[in-house]
Design a binder for this molecule. Sequence first.
Ligand code: FAD
Length: 415
Amino acid sequence: MANTKVLIVGAGPTGLTAANELARLGVQVKIIDKTSVRSEKSRAIGVHAGTLESLENSFGKDFCRKLIGAGHKVRTAFLHVYSKAPIRVDLGVIPSVYNFVLILPQSKTEQLLEEELNKSSIYVDRNTEWASLREVDGKVLSILRDRQGHQTEVTSDFVIGADGAHSAIRNALHLPFRGDAYKLEFIQGDVEIEWPWPYGDIRSFLSSKGFLACFPLSSNGSGNGSGKRKGNGDYRLVMVQPNKADSRATKVSLNDFAAAVKSICPEIRIKRETWLSRYSVHHRITNRLRCGRVFLAGDAAHVHSPIGGQGMNTGMQEALNLSFKLATVICKEAPLSLLEHYESECLPVAKDILRATDLATRFGLASNHRINDFAKSFVVPLMAKNKWIRQAVIKGISRVSIARKEIDNRSREKP
Ligand SMILES: Cc1cc2nc3c(=O)[nH]c(=O)nc-3n(C[C@H](O)[C@H](O)[C@H](O)COP(=O)(O)OP(=O)(O)OC[C@H]3O[C@@H](n4cnc5c(N)ncnc54)[C@H](O)[C@@H]3O)c2cc1C
């Protein structure tokens, strides 16, 4: 039977962040994942300033430089509403040295986190599925299964369930996952586009045909940064449509995707696609992040609409919070009661994020015409006129205050 101090189930961004932090703090850790290889899908593309501050605090400036070097800094966003002059949103107001949104595909974030972990000679045990657990004599006994169905036992002081939205650990703990599915579906594509605006900014379009958000995926576009020349380059385009009963069965074709994009913004021409996907979105949260020696973090504990790009960022910040506390208990003999603070600190943050993203999703993207008209005639003009509102929204999304609070808490928790 194998022994470890902390068993981490799931090598997504949450699990990998936790493994890195525990390893850095000298805790013996084992991380498993049921998949055979890391996912190549880009999924989350925004790393926020607060997350970068938290990562710098734990893994140092060099690691942040690596992330930034692999990605693309965005400092300006534009909101085009019903063909009116676009509203400019300056991301430079984010109160941080990282006063931008870092666009970096999740696959790359995971790759860099895994490479960082490997430097401590810790490797993800792939093809290894967590199956069940029970607490025995102040330890957790987990049963793991390989692809052939062979079972092994691992004993650990603690388990972190970072096993994503369908968390088997959450289910085994009989924790509820309350919430609902939106009656909307997200259709997104990583595509090469041509348009009349400079490359490199985030642009969103709201029209009677729907909502379209465009995020630059690399710094290689033409017209980048010139502010004048028209640009083309690789973009993530995200649209929201009412859910169709049969949509799960149908793949998105490039023609349909391009037509839907054109109906919202006729100026966009799609030249090539690398990834098209359609997915429905849930907003759900559990009511506990801890049951005895077992913890939940990331999507295992909460899932929300991708608006605001908070999912991956929330999981990574939770992983840092929890790992620091576990390391303090394991290595510095702090009392077990310190671990209670993980839930009391992180669950309210997750609930707030869920509420905010839920409101934005229902409000901004509603197919309901009355709500749409309200957005057009009241909310958008208010935002256009009031830079303080825009700044407050940007600062909230940046997660800087969450990061600073967490960094402050750490200095108080040091025994
Ligand atoms: C299309 C798409 C677009 C998105 N866009 C954004 C965005 O723009 N911004 C944002 O912040 N978020 C976005 N998200 C959400 C983001 O991807 C998630 O919030 C993030 O992946 C959560 O990370 P995680 O590590 O908690 O869980 P996951 O990434 O789901 O990782 C869980 C891991 O656990 C493993 N696992 C599961 N069960 C077991 C088991 N029993 N045993 C062993 N291993 C197991 C899985 O194989 C997986 O590797 C998007 C998601 C999707 C699908």
